[in-house]
Write a protein that binds this ligand. Sequence first.
Ligand code: SAH
Length: 216
Amino acid sequence: MTPWEIRAAEMVEKQIRARGIDSESVLEAMRSVPRHLFLPEHLRESAWIDSPLPIGEEQTISQPYMVARMTELLAPARGDSVLEIGTGSGYQAAVLAALGTKVTSIERIASLAVKARETLSALGYDVTVFWSDGREAGDCLGPFQGVIVTAAAPMLEEWWSEALAPGGRLVAPVTVLSGGERLLLREKRFHGEYSDTWYDYCRFVPLLRGRSGGSS
Ligand code: SAH
């Protein structure tokens, strides 16, 4: 194993498996993605700590545990199409791609979309990144077997649920009255009804309206 693979394996045991995540496919995906390469160079040494980290533009790469937890709740199968709102560094998208899914990811800040596209394609992950406002239905209408939102949402946008295939799952940190957010899993039943279940309390950067930055 290379030095980063050793640190990734340690991260998985101490921060993720130790907290109760036992999906072997999620643990393997988290071990396989070079998280440090999704960070600005001066922060690469810190890539494996138990924390979110800044990626520029006042945004963050999520804490490894939170990436694993949301991926476990999404429970994607190999070959699924997955939509992510909030590409950020592209790390969550890479973990999903490592699970054999076809990922479409939307980012509202042009410079982050460009950087994530470069990182993902240099590492060979099958991810399409769009520069757009993921609160609005754009060109990626689905259907998707999974939708994952990685910024704090005041509410679920209707089009996210509509873009779900029957049997599909949506995971999002939704703002709650007590402050902060809570992970919401929405499952779309085969006859089109939804069932919602609440999980962990968490903190995410806010989902904002509109695109920002230059052309991409
Ligand atoms: N998934 C990311 C972390 C996301 S941080 C990773 O693995 O690194 C949240 C990201 O959501 C930020 O980059 C922010 O710019 C983006 N974002 C916020 N509001 C958005 C919106 N309406 N549409 C698309 N992206 C949005």
